[in-house]
Design a binder for this molecule. Structure first.
Ligand SMILES: Nc1ncnc2c1ncn2[C@@H]1O[C@H](COP(=O)(O)OP(=O)(O)OP(=O)(O)O)[C@@H](O)[C@H]1O
Length: 326
């Protein structure tokens, strides 16, 4: 649905995106993850033909961009930073205008289309106050409603949950998953690891304009071939599992093996009490930190100040870095 090859964008001395090979497949909920300033918005803008690439190729729905923009963009719903709207008009009036401008469908069914997308994004009960009086979260929802007007095959959303409260984030997440289940491919950028981890099937990680990782989320989180076990009988367990223990930390042991049931049976047969036992899996946080820790970009705590732009290396502040990549 989106494919780029060697995509590069330079703004004077700044290389915002370098040699990017993006591969978003039909049916994906693709999470494009990166710190502030890592090049997400620039990539989205190039894909949508809003800014010209310095070099490289872009295919959107199988067609070259920006050459095929007129043909392809009607099948794509997009929400890019700071969705535009006429501030003195209501959300409903804005959507009716956008629908008319984009030839969203027959005029007779316009009001129904607009009401339908307002309902979908949770703005169904909104009154006729002007958009100027909307909260940031309401504007974000309105932008999403606009992206949904044409019933797109592909949704491209730059930080779609920006400005939303936790309940709003949950609602938008369910809406996107619902749309995806009904056949819409979803591409969203975010700097929130948890957001990507909770809803995406595939993830691409951008670090200083480069893609450092692009994989199915399930593959990233596959079992490591080790089992984590907790037991009060550490000595006895150690003698039973002679040579298989890789880490021993108090009552917690990490054991080589990929069959927890078999390990449990062995231990129980030897009279070892087991309080917890599970396959070890890496979290997205661990994978992302490993992929970017030697890179040039910044990770910081969720509640810390944003790091300055530029190529300065910054410390990795695990485990809080799990929450947010700035
Ligand atoms: N129009 C522009 N002129 C000059 N530099 C730009 C321009 N747009 C982006 N940049 C630079 O390109 C780099 C990537 O910016 P971009 O906005 O794409 O990152 P981002 O990952 O979307 O960040 P954020 O999460 O803050 O939106 C940054 O260093 C930014 O300062």
């Amino acid at each position: 649905m989106i494919r780029t090859r060697g995509l590069t964008k330079r703004f004077g001395p700044v290389t915002a995106v370098r040699d990017l090979d993006l591969d978003v497949r039909e049916g994906d909920v693709y999470g494009f993850l990166g710190a502030n300033g890592s090049g997400k918005t620039t990539t989205v803008r190039m894909v949508l033909g809003l800014v010209l690439a310095t070099s490289g190729d872009i295919e959107l729905l199988g067609e070259p961009m920006p050459r095929s923009a007129r043909q392809v963009l009607p099948q794509v719903g997009a929400l890019v930073e700071g969705p535009a709207a006429y501030a003195h008009r209501s959300g409903r009036a804005n959507l009716a205008l956008f629908d008319a401008m984009d030839r969203g469908g027959p005029r007779a069914s316009r009001a129904r289309r607009v009401d339908d997308v307002l309902d979908r994004v949770g703005l169904g009960a909104v009154d006729d106050r002007p958009v100027a009086a909307y909260s940031l979260g309401m504007r974000q929802r309105l932008g999403l409603a606009n992206a949904l007007l044409r019933g797109p095959r592909l949704l491209i959303l730059d930080e779609p949950t920006n400005g939303l409260d936790p309940q709003g984030i949950k609602e938008i997440r369910s809406l996107l998953l619902e749309l995806n289940a009904a056949g819409t491919t979803v591409f969203l950028s975010s700097h929130l690891l948890a957001e990507i981890e909770q809803m995406c099937t595939r993830v691409g990680v951008l670090d200083g304009g480069r893609m450092v990782l692009q994989e199915q989320l399930d593959d990233l989180r596959r079992a490591t071939g080790r089992i984590v076990l907790e037991t009060p009988d550490v000595e006895r367990a150690t003698s039973v599992l002679d040579g298989r223990i890789e880490v021993s930390d108090g009552h917690r042991l990490v054991v080589r093996g990929d069959d927890p049931a078999d390990l449990n049976a062995t231990l129980v047969a030897a009279g070892v009490r087991v309080t917890a036992l599970a396959e070890e899996r890496r979290t997205l946080e661990e994978v992302v930190l490993a992929a970017t820790s030697n890179g040039s970009d910044r990770f910081s705590r969720a509640d810390g100040p944003p790091s300055p732009p530029g190529d300065a290396a910054a410390g990795v502040d695990a485990p809080d870095a799990a929450e947010e990549v700035r």
